[in-house]
Design a protein around this ligand. Sequence first.
Ligand code: DX5
Ligand code: ZN
Length: 218
Amino acid sequence: MKIAPSILNADNLNLGRDIKKAVQAGISRFHIDIMDGHFVPNLSYGPQLVQDFKREFPFTEAEVHLMSNNLKEFIPAFSKAGADLIEFHYEASDEVGYWLDYLASNGVKAGLVLNPETDVDNLKPFLANLNQVLLMSVHPGFGGQSFISETINKISALKELFAAEKVNIPIEIDGGIDDKTAKDVKAAGADIVVAGSYIFKKGNIATQIKTLDGIINE
Ligand code: DX5
Ligand code: ZN
């Protein structure tokens, strides 16, 4: 299992420093939360941040979690900025298939994100074109929220869907991940955990990463 730290809860005035500490602790992929103040009630970063990230950390993956329904502007912009993977919300578009094709033809890995209340069966038509599925375990918009425990059943349901459809796509879980919830999502079969406040707001970044890694890879 892999950890993708969400930089949203890092120290924004020392972002490079915090990212470097995580890289030195063995992290090879970061989760970059993009919020547009419309699809979610908060604002975060733009494409320039991704471009700067890839300049400073060219060998580290930038995974963009796009919380916007303005896919027309932002999928091309974040692709151009150098995102390695863009995951957008199923709820945000009526043209999911179009955007998955767009990403594939631009050499960007594609993920679909489901909000806590969205059923996993909605993914069925798109399975062949997905590099990743992200299940939200909080309502998107803010870091530091509590894990919604129903997510555990959704992971099992998604595993069943994959088995029935004969695919195997990495499952990522985002929101409220800590040492306890990480154990539960691992047991349910998740492949990647996003962790924001657990890594960046609880003291020593390297220690937090080491502890979480020990739990999910024991
Ligand atoms: C929420 C974001 C998450 C969030 C995770 O909208 O998608 O990635 O930053 O933060 P924690 O780990 O603090 O729940
Ligand atoms: Zn996220």
